[in-house]
Design a protein around this ligand. Structure first.
Ligand code: TEU
Ligand code: CA
Length: 606
């Protein structure tokens, strides 16, 4: 067996720099702000920081549209600030992982600007296509195929200078790079090596599973004039989905293996995690199997995409057995080889406590934030904590369109309500309030001052997006020294993963899959010896979490695993509680009575 890599028991913390800490009063978070909060992150105990993009960018998609990969956007600071952040993080034993956005660049990147000239060396660096034959270029219906962009409208934009269309799966300011071109790949690998040489410890790779596109034998995309591959039918907004042809395309493995060879071979201590919409659990196993030399782990999305009626703007309540089935498929696929990343939140998702927990009262907010933290962190894989999740931060609860900043929400409103008329204003506003990305992007709540400590209370301008008024009660200052806080609970979860090899790597087995309220599973690890010394006794852990706001019975299958009643009476059980959402004594009561309180959860050694 291969020795466990360094990240096998690590916990990663995601920072959205724009919303983390502003130090110069311009209302945007910056690199100096992150550096100033490193002691907080060290106290929490996380091993790695993943920074959403801080590269030079027109900020059309908050930095996911990069115009220079080898510079820092002035909004966030300078290369010197980045060097200082890396050095200060490393001094605290914390690694820094950057976001790598190479499915697309900004349209303001020099590569794209050069590519607008058919005679330039960069002419073939993007997906340029002529207008549909028989149509006037630039007029409606002249787009090369029917694909829609994930941010609304056609996935094709006409460029007057070149007289052709370019493909953009995301906004029109995010043209897709042509990975078929070896010069593109070389330029990306050179840039990655430059950052690794500068001291960063790895990359979170934005939509890395969209880089290889399916074409026919003559290089035509589906639906293009003369293509041997037909497009899919158009949906309610009038476009077809590029996803079946652009996700996990034919050269996916080849490109990732090439990247591994060209960038990571010969290096140590790095982390690669790919954002992987459209990847099945089985393909996750292949890509993360070290024998295949591709990526260390992937983010899969089925568990955050399934609780809606076809489109994220029509949310549905959580079907817990459905969620368990999805997690079981993730875990099952990598039981023998490969690995998985664990998350409920990131900068694109609503806050878990508002989505699947209950943020309507302080009691239910704290209890449900802990319950979801416990459920996620007891899985096998590498947990990712999104900034503020460790405080139980909630959705924004905005009520008017003018409060939103995200182009996805704003475009979707226009397209679905005003153009395609497939949702009423009321239902769309409800959809955005439930699922819009700005829910995760309100400023980090450090204290109860005017701007939550994100920026100075007397700053000359407002933060770029409104601070949640609930920062008066939900904030780091109130939580760090409170042993019952969500923060204190996350700190224990992180420490437990560091200390306990069963939590980090033990086999995962689901119990009571159909229970509608309680999530229960076991983790088990064989004993380990090194050089004739026993270093870890065989262990089996039972996790039980009530993920509902009502009390619930302990599932019979979980009860059957518990020790006999007399052992409980002897007080053995309290010693066996590894962690619980409330006092250990309450976990014992739940075991004795067979009844869990709302949002109650515990981990017990069997
Ligand atoms: O997101 C890609 C992605 O998978 C989208 O489905 C995204 O989750 C969607 O906006 C949610 O509805 C990545 C980044 O995480 C996102 O912030 C960027 O906007 C996007 O790529 C383009 O770079
Ligand atoms: Ca700033």
């Amino acid at each position: 067996a291969t020795p466990n890599p360094w990240w096998a028991n690590a916990v990663v913390y995601q920072i959205y720099p724009r919303s983390f800490q502003d130090t110069n009063g311009d209302g945007f978070g910056d690199l100096k702000g992150i550096t100033s909060r490193l002691d907080y992150l060290a106290d929490l105990g996380v091993d790695v920081l993943w920074l959403s993009p801080v590269y030079k960018s027109p900020q059309d998609d908050n930095g996911y549209d990069i115009s220079d990969y080898q510079d820092i956007d002035p909004l966030f600071g300078t290369l010197a600030d980045m060097d200082e952040l890396i050095a200060q993080a490393h001094r605290r034993g914390i690694k820094i992982v950057m976001d790598l956005v190479v499915n697309h660049t900004s349209d303001e990147h020099a590569w794209f600007q050069a590519s607008r000239d058919k005679n330039d060396l960069h002419a073939d660096w993007y997906w340029w296509r002529p207008a549909r034959p028989g149509h006037e270029p630039g007029t409606p219906g002249a787009e090369p195929n029917d694909w829609g962009s994930y941010f609304g409208g056609s996935a094709w934009q006409y460029d007057e200078t070149r007289g052709e269309y370019f493909l953009h799966q995301f906004s029109r300011k995010q043209p897709d790079l042509n990975w078929e071109n070896p010069d593109v790949r070389r330029a990306v690998y050179d840039m990655m090596n430059w950052w690794l040489d500068r001291g960063v410890d790895g990359f979170r790779m934005d939509v890395i599973t969209l880089i290889s596109k399916q074409t026919d034998a003559s290089g035509r995309l589906p639906g293009e004039s003369g293509s041997q591959i037909p497009d899919l039918p158009v949906g309610e907004e009038g476009y077809s989905s590029p996803n079946p042809f652009c996700a996990d395309g034919p050269r996916q493995d080849e490109f990732l293996a090439e990247m591994r060879r060209e960038v990571f071979d010969g290096r140590n201590g790095f982390l690669t995690v790919g954002e992987a919409p459209g990847i099945s659990p089985e393909r996750n196993e292949h890509i993360t199997d070290p024998a295949n030399g591709e990526l260390d782990m992937l983010f899969l999305f089925e568990h955050v995409d399934f609780d809606c009626d076809g489109v994220k703007w029509k949310p549905l309540p959580l079907d817990l057995p459905g969620l368990k089935r999805i997690f079981a498929s993730y875990e099952g696929a990598v039981a023998d080889r490969g690995w998985t990343a664990l998350f409920t939140g990131n900068h694109d998702q609503p806050r878990v406590v508002s989505r699947w927990g209950d943020d309507s009262t302080e009691v239910s907010r704290i209890a449900s934030a802990k319950a979801w933290g416990l459920a996620l962190h007891m899985h096998r894989g590498t947990p990712y904590i999104y900034q503020g999740e460790e405080l139980g931060m909630t959705n924004a609860h905005f009520t008017s369109l003018g409060q939103y900043r995200d182009l996805e929400s704003l475009n979707a409103y226009r397209q679905r309500v005003e153009e395609a008329k497939v949702q009423t204003p009321e239902s769309m506003m409800a959809g955005i309030a439930a699922r819009g990305r700005d829910n995760a992007r309100t400023p980090m709540q450090w204290d109860d001052s005017r701007y939550a400590g994100f920026t100075a209370p007397d700053a000359p301008v407002e933060p770029w997006i409104a601070v949640n008024p609930n920062h008066a009660t939900i904030n780091a200052a109130a939580e760090v020294d409170d042993s019952d806080s969500v923060y204190a609970f996350y700190k224990r979860l992180i420490a437990l993963r560091h200390e306990n090899p069963t939590v980090a790597g033990g086999d995962w087995t689901l119990i009571a899959p159909d229970d509608p309220r309680v999530y229960a599973f076991t983790r088990s690890l064989d004993g380990r010896s090194t050089g004739g010394h026993r270093v870890w006794d065989a262990e089996r852990l039972l996790t039980v979490v009530n993920l509902s706001g009502e009390s619930a019975d302990l599932p019979a299958d979980a009860l059957a695993l518990l020790p006999a009643d007399d052992a409980i009476a002897d007080g053995v059980t309290a010693d066996r509680i590894l962690i619980a959402t409330g006092p250990d004594s309450e976990a014992v009561t739940a075991i004795v009575t067979g009844r869990l309180a709302p949002w109650q959860g515990f981990v017990m050694r069997l």
